[in-house]
Structure formats: structure tokens, C-alpha cells
Design a protein around this ligand. Sequence first.
Ligand code: ACM
Ligand code: ZN
Length: 649
Amino acid sequence: MSTYPHRRLQQASSPAGFAWQPGMKLSILLFAFLCFTHTCIGQWNDSSLNIIPAPKSIQKTNGTFTISSATSIFYAEKEDQATAVLCRDYIKQLTGLNLPVKQGAVKSNAIVFSSKGLQPTNAIDSEAYRMEIKPASVVVTGKNAGLFYGFQTLIQLIRKASATSLQIPCTVIDDAPRFRYRGLHLDVALHMFPVWFVKRYIDLMATYKLNTFHWHLTEDQGWRIEIKKYPELTKSGAWRAQTLIGSAQLNPMGYDSIPHGGFYTQEEVKDMVKYAADRHITVLPEIELPGHCISALVAYPYLGCGDNPGPYKMIESWGIYEDVFCAGKETTFKFLEDVLTEVMELFPSGYIHIGGDEVPKTRWKTCKYCQQRIKDQLLKDEHELQNYFVSRIEKFVNSKGRSIIGWDEILEGGLAPNATVMSWRGEAGGLAAAKMNHDVIMAPNDYIYFDHYQGKPSQEPLGFPGLNSLARVYSYDPQSPTLTPEQQKYIIGTEACLWTEYVSTTAKAEYMLLPRLLAFSEIAWSARDRKNFNDFQELRLPVHLAAIDSLGLVYRVPTAIGANDDQTFQYKGEPFRVELRSPVKGAKIFYNFDDIDPRETDYEYTGPIIIRVPNGEKRILRTIVITPSGKRSNVTRTVFLNSKPSALK
Ligand code: ACM
Ligand code: ZN
């Protein structure tokens, strides 16, 4: 069970100098296209070739394929052309070489993209690819998304050999995802995020082979999608006068006095859906019901319980609020059906997320319309009324050929017949649903909610209580061994969530996302037996973080690998030996024994630190990592004693 069952109740706490700027279109499709230009010259890590997420199988062979001005790019079928063009653009960006893209008979010195050869029989196969790199050619085989993912892997392998040539190690890779649903959520309601940032988010997803962008669009604190039939939703429901600073419990300072809000127009939504589709990502819209909807009640008070409900006020803090949609009035369902109709016209996704979490029953208990509904429908109580509500919406959504996903609270009072459950309060709801033969997406908050801390709160930006460190995220396995193999098949995937109570800037959103996104990609994509945290953290991640650093993205710089923060070691007759590794390729580690935070004026780590501690004394080692772009890790502190701890307080 989750340690934090009520996420929103629990608490309360410059864009980087990167080339992408608000409003700017990326000339090249993906973030990854730029990744490996500056920092990654040098040896490939032979066992894994630095690929994240780890592929199903890698066979390294001898030699390299060299891309030069004599190389051509071929595609087999018309449908493969788009990926071939992406490859050309990428290489042009890296080297200035403008390679020809051709269809037809393949000669040597060619990169080939082909959908011929792999015949998908299921969803997983349709995302699979095979890549054979030989000295004379690179052949990537896959259909649609599979071919695209093969290309993503290819660009992780490319290294600059000289100003005008690139090298790729000879290899055979067979790859396919472990899960067909690989989601990343972004809450744009608690804080609004601009279109350019959402696109960057989608680019990062594509780089790491995620395929579903869950867009949390409505909340008590803001309605973020234009609905033509109900313009008041975004006139009054998209704005609040001020925002709670941090946490109601932790921060007594109150509100920031800054009006906050915004919404996406339908044109912007259509553009986003296409942008994502071009990267083989489905956008899953979430319209919260029957709770977390006060922004809609502000706009249209008649949707609330009782006679003459309202007026309502926009919510400016965090928590669970008692005002919800009235389940007794037909006008509520008319409104929601109209809204969902416009939503389904905008989003071609097979699923629509209807929320369903954290719905207090207080208003329903005293509302004559809700009580009448309970009587008319022979329901036992308000929990069954919630099931009535969700099932009725499901029926409508199903009638349009779509399916619903709801948070695990939709299990209470009975599960809508065809619903997929997104399990966030730990795994319990997901396990129960799988046992009832319902599809499940695992998103347990105590592993893969990215609003939780990544490190010691005293050195981190304000976050939600609880530590979801990189190692903890990486350790998560969505297919619980408590399920039978048959039941495990209902776990169709997993999703990491970024709620934004305390995330009010794009820089902080990036910080909370990176590098945990990379660990999550391996949970979602890589086969269980291909996961290896040491290999991930020590060999592959440093290369990716160097690329992320060079792009100017904001990210959490991990502390030095091997630094034992907050630990005390006792002398055992030999000098202490501390061996450190940089978590970001090209970053430097600095240390001191002064018991104050180290900086670039201190000792630079160049090899094992030998620490001699005379009898009866102690030494305190502090370390910091500083990256090429100047970003700094948290400071670690380790105590080395040559005495009993009690003698040295
Ligand atoms: C949730 O975090 N309330 C789904
Ligand atoms: Zn009511």
C-alpha cells in the first residue's frame, strides 16, 4: 500500500539556456539528435553500447561503419521514407553532410530503413526492430514505430570521428518493448506549462521510447482545454488570483499574490496531437470527474449539488475539496457528454482518462437529486453512486468506440465493466483489478511519482514528502510476483507521473524529470533480465547526462558515485581509501576536509583518496560534482573515525 494515500492533501511546498526557446520550432525532430555531438567522443561501453533503455539483445561484432560524404540513405517502402529523412537531417546537423535519400536497390556504404522483413503479429511486435551494422552497411528493419525506435537507437550509437565523418560500432541488435503502454504524465492544471515545454517533454519521451503522453488537463485549480460549447470553462475556470506558496502544512507564509492560469486552444491541441503522433506517441487526455472539478463549477455553477448551487471560487491551494459534479442531475451528464465529444474529436487515442480519484461523498449525501438517483437506481450508498457515474460515462465513451482509464478509486463501489485501472495508491488497486481480469497500468506513487524528492530534502527544491531516488525508481517492477503469469498479462504497462503543486517553473519540471525519466524508460521498455542498476548508473547514464548537460537542460546532477553520504566509518587498522566516479561524463569532482561545502577552489579528484586518521581523531570528507555547464550536485559528507564515536561527539 502507498505511504501517501492522499497525494493532493498531504502537503503542501528560467528555462535553461538551451537552444530551444518558447515558440521556437525544433528544426530537427528530437532532443536526441543533438545529444552526442559534444561530449561522447571515445570508447563505447562494449557490453551495452551506452544505450538507454537497454535493448533486448546486443551482439557486438568487429569493426565500424563510417558515415562520410560517400554514404547514401535508402528506404524500402514509401512508409519508411519519413524515418530516412529524419536520419538525413540528424547527420546534417552533426556534420553538415547532406546525404542523399533514395528508394530502391541498395548499394554498399548505405544506411537502410526497411519495413520489409519484420511481420508484426501483436502490439509489441509492431514496436520491435532489428538493426545490423556491418562495415559496409547499416540496416534497420521495423514497422512504423519499430523503425522509428531503431533510428532512436542508431543515433545513440553514432559518435563523431572527425569534423566530417561519424562512426557506428558493428553490432546486431534485436529489440522490442516489455510493455505496450509506456506512459508519462504531466499535470498542467496545478501549474500551467507552455506549448513549447510540452513539446520538449514529448521529445524527451520519444528519445527514451515512451509511447503515451498523459495530459492532465482539468483540476480544481484550473481548466486547461478550450471547449467550444462551454467557453466559460476557460474564461473563468482557467485562472486563479494567487497560489499557495509551497505547503499549507510546512509553509505558513501564505499566497504569492500572482495571478496564474492559461489554457490550450483547440488549434494548439491539434498541433500537439500531431507533434506527438509524428514521434509515435499517443496523447491521452484526462478530464477529471466526478471530483477535482471546481474550475468547471466556477464556470457553470449549475453542475454542483442542490438547488441554486454556487457561486464557487477557484481553488488556490492543494488538497481534496468537497464540491464535485452532481450525480443526480441529468444536466451534469449532458455537460460531460458534450465536453467528452469535443475531446474525442481532438484526440484520436483509444483511451480517454476520466480521473475518478479522491471523490468526497459529502455533497452527494445531502443533495436531494443525488439521493433520488440512489433510490431510482437501487444503489446501496454514495460509493455505488460513484460507480453509477463512472459506468454511465464509460458507456458513453464506449459508444464512440473508445475505452476509459480511471485512477484506482474507480474500484470502489464496483468497477465499470470495461475500464482500465491506473494504480497510483501503491499497487493494491492494480493487483485487485488484474485479478478481476481488468487491464492495469501501474503508476504507484511511492516509486514512480516524480513530484517526490530525489534526494535529501535539505538540499533539494521543495517536493512532495517521500524519497523516490533514482535507484528506487529503477528498482520498480510493474509485474508483481504475487500475480499468476495469467494475471500478469493484465498489467499492460506503467506510467510515471509529474504532479505540479510544487513545480511552478519549466526548469523545475525538467529537474524533477531528469534523470529519473531515463531510469523509468528501462522499467517500461527493457526486459527484466536486461536491467542492471550498476551498469545503468555507472556506465550508461554518465554518457546520457553529459549530452543532457551540453544541451543546457536542467537536471538533477547525481552525487559522486562511491561517495557515502551521511555515513560514518570506523578505523580498522588501514588508512581509508575512497574511490569515486563522476556521474556525468566530463564533470569534475571536488572535495575537502574542512567540513564546509566544497567548491571548485578545493581539491579536484583525480584518483583514490587515501585518508589517514591519527588515533583519537576524525576526518570529514565532503564532495561535490560540478558539470561542464556549471551545474552542481548536492554535497555528500562522510565521517572517518579512529576512535569510538562516543569519544568524538
Ligand atoms: C492522484 O495522484 N490523485 C491520482
Ligand atoms: Zn447532487
